[in-house]
Ligand binder design. Structure first.
Ligand code: ATP
Length: 328
């Protein structure tokens, strides 16, 4: 290992996700292990521009492995999108003797890091923190597993009321333009239908499927809808459509919203965060830069930031098939 880097900074950027604190803890402790100084940057790139820095040691990150959100705070910075903003950020990093940074965030945060690296040749490393699991180069992003558990728990509760009142529930879940949360949580919670952007079921087939399900003896149904699904304009219009065509069904909508981004990270996310933090710091110390750390087939892997940003994270076709069989 080439130990020529003496000071590494770490920041959380973009939307928060469970596991960010565990990743921060891992970066800080790995730095301590290799006798590298570590600096926490508050409020993402905006804090980098404003010099909102704090030295962190192994004890600064006690008791955060289990905490949701991010103790460093996160932010979206318009100023970092400008060359002047990035210049200020670079000045601050230089002034503090920082020689590399690890950014925990999504593809926007990685784009910022990549541009910064291009402009200043500054070593950067990304850790994917988003519940949507929509990043190429890793099978799992930080927070995805926790969000799935949150969604499954919520749907289990909704099912209690759905079955007590013979209701049909449309449950909208997060996921932006991809259906990873909807597909996985839908299978896990035993949903009757799962609507995801990757597969166009069509309104006609949805009705057919709901009618079939009713005929087969089911008195209540849960339909999980990914927020990016295009079958209806939105989940409330879907409800109206089904009510018009199946008047005997009592239809309700539940939009789970931001609760999916919060909460204590699952064990899986804590372990993943710990592995990613170690890999990020060790890779910097090995002289690598401009990569995102990921896990592929349970092995740590590095993907160039550009590929991680431009690549497409595709849906698991085997799980789609399982879902089709389960919803028979
Ligand atoms: P999420 O998954 O929650 O959206 P994200 O990291 O993709 O997370 P963004 O808001 O897209 O979130 O990006 C976070 C920050 O990264 C932005 O506020 C901005 O400061 C920086 N950033 C994004 N795109 C660019 C860009 N093209 N140039 C410079 N900086 C950028």
């Amino acid at each position: 290992m080439t130990l020529n880097v003496k000071k590494i900074a770490v920041l959380t950027s973009g939307g928060d996700s469970p596991g960010m604190n565990a990743a921060l803890r891992s970066v800080v402790r790995t730095c301590a292990y290799y006798h590298v100084q570590c600096v926490g940057i508050y409020r993402g790139y905006q804090g980098m521009i404003e010099g909102d820095f704090k030295e962190l040691n192994a004890r600064s990150v006690n008791n955060i492995v289990n905490k949701g959100g991010t103790i460093l705070k996160s932010a979206r910075s318009q100023e970092f999108r400008t060359t002047e903003g990035r210049e200020k950020a670079h000045e601050n990093l230089k002034e503090h003797g920082i020689e590399a940074f690890v950014v925990i965030g999504g593809d926007g945060s990685f784009t910022g890091a990549m541009i910064f690296n291009e402009e200043y040749g500054f070593p950067v490393m990304g850790i994917p923190g988003t519940i949507d699991n929509d990043i190429y180069g890793t099978n799992f992003t930080l927070g995805f597993d926790t969000a799935l558990n949150t969604v499954v728990e919520a749907i289990d509760k909704i099912r209690d009321t759905a079955s007590s009142h013979n209701r049909l529930f449309f449950v909208e879940v997060m996921g932006r333009d991809v259906g990873h949360i909807a597909l996985n949580a839908g299978v896990g919670a035993g949903a009757e239908e799962i609507l995801i952007p990757e597969e166009d079921l069509g309104l006609g087939r949805l009705l057919e499927s709901l009618k079939r399900s009713k005929l087969s003896g089911k008195s209540s149904s849960i339909v999980v809808v990914a927020e990016g699904d295009k079958i209806g304009k939105n989940v409330f219009e879907l409800k109206e459509y089904v009510e018009e065509n199946m008047p005997d069904y009592d239809v309700r909508v539940s939009v789970l919203g931001h609760m999916q981004r919060g909460g204590s990270p699952s064990c899986f996310d804590r372990v993943l965060a710990s592995r990613m933090g170690v890999k990020a710091v060790e890779s910097i110390l090995e002289g690598k830069t401009n990569y995102m750390v990921g896990v592929v087939n349970n092995k740590m892997a590095l993907t160039p930031l550009e590929k991680a940003i431009k690549g497409h994270s595709s849906i698991d076709t085997e799980l789609l098939r399982v879902s089709d069989i389960m919803t028979t």
